[in-house]
Design a protein around this ligand. Structure first.
Ligand code: 5AD
Ligand code: FES
Length: 355
């Protein structure tokens, strides 16, 4: 470990802000030893704020239709091989009811940007979901919408919104998305969500095509400045029917390194060990938790649609029943000394750095 890397880790752990340039130096100066130090500090911060608790979110993949054509994504509109489906309101509510029985107190409704799910359809669904489960948080992950729409969905009961920024570098964003998609619009959506009062989740892929240490440094700097309540990061994994089919996937080491750094940037952030991380390594989610993550998001979607919601190849948990996934994750978390809790899992108040 270089003296500079050590110093930067200590500064981060002390609550100091870093420039993008320093984040780049930290990433470029990383080695096994600095990763171990990052992990140790990140886990200590995470334990000070959340103890051994791991929050669960029940993920309900409501639609695989998408009007967008993101170059990396398996459900992009130009993928003629994608098997499309959308769940009915009854199916979504049934998933949530089952999830509630299993101990979930947060439901994440995720889907492609599907024109079918208008405010007129989503508002009654959200109201009914909240009527049945008033003690639960509802998170939406439905892509970009107008500010009025975000507001209506918030007023109908949505608490949180996940919208990964994908990359904080505009030029890089443009190489991952078709010309009609806009980096500025994406960033504006995040600001709108924040202004309305949602708990906001940003995030990015690790090892996405063309990504450099400088891009990742910009992502870290963005997280530090925007201070999202949540941050979803996982490795890029190629999907066979996309432009990026033959490119290499992101790796576990870099993903875990970034999880640790993000934990230090914002000790109370809600940070999932993602399904993508579990896909590239058999113990990926455990490694994520051991690097400072504190959330897991098992799949609550009906078993018969899981394979169809394929953003990337070889996704795990596409065959299991919801109860099996929950039990499996319970056992996995216990095995590494953590405990899944029955709770909405809101962000803890900001802790003092004095520990
Ligand atoms: N590999 C990994 N993550 C992907 N996502 C989309 N396609 C892929 C892929 N091929 C991520 C994006 C999106 C989230 C829902 O899934 O970051 O925001
Ligand atoms: Fe789904 Fe392990 S979490 S099978």
């Amino acid at each position: 470990m270089t003296p500079e890397a050590k110093r930067l880790i200590e500064r981060l752990d002390g609550g100091e802000r870093l420039t993008a340039e320093k984040f780049r130096r930290l990433l470029e100066g990383s080695d096994k030893e600095s990763d171990a130090l990052l992990r140790e500090k990140a886990v200590a911060r995470r334990k000070a704020v959340y103890g051994n608790a791991v929050f669960v979110r029940g993920l309900i993949e409501i639609s695989s239709y998408c009007k967008n054509d993101c170059l990396y994504c398996g459900i992009r509109r130009s993928n003629r091989n994608a098997d499309r489906y959308r769940l009915t309101e009854e199916q979504i509510l049934a998933c949530a009811d089952e999830g509630y029985t299993l101990g979930f107190r947060t439901f994440v409704l995720q889907g492609g940007e599907d024109g079918y799910f208008t405010d007129e359809r989503l508002v009654p669904l959200l109201r009914e979901l909240k009527r049945r489960h008033p003690d639960c948080a509802v998170t939406l992950s439905l892509g970009e919408r107008g500010k009025e729409s975000f507001q209506r969905l918030f007023d109908a009961g949505a608490d949180r919104y996940l919208l990964r920024h994908e990359t904080a570098t505009k030029a890089h964003y443009q190489t991952l998305h078709p010309p009609e998609m806009s980096f500025d619009r994406r960033m504006n959506c995040l600001r709108d969500l924040r202004a309305i009062g949602y708990a906001v989740g940003a995030g990015f892929m690790v090892g996405s095509p063309g990504q450099t240490a400088e891009h990742l440094a910009n992502d870290l700097y963005f997280i530090q400045e925007f201070q999202p309540e949540m941050c979803g990061i996982g490795p890029f994994i190629p999907h066979k029917d996309t432009v990026f089919a033959n490119l290499p996937a992101g790796n576990v080491e870099m993903t875990c390194r970034l999880l640790s750094i993000i934990r230090l940037i914002k000790p109370n952030i809600l940070l999932p060990a993602t399904t993508a991380l579990g896909t590239i390594h058999p113990r990926g989610r455990e490694l994520g938790i051991q690097a400072g993550a504190n959330v897991v998001m098992p799949n609550l979607s009906p078993a018969d649609v899981r394979k169809k919601y394929a953003l990337y190849d070889n996704k795990i948990c596409t065959g299991e029943e919801s109860a099996q996934c929950k039990d499996c994750l319970n056992a996995r978390m216990r095995a590494v000394g953590y405990e899944i809790v029955v709770s909405r899992g809101d962000a803890a108040p900001v802790a003092s750095r004095k520990s």
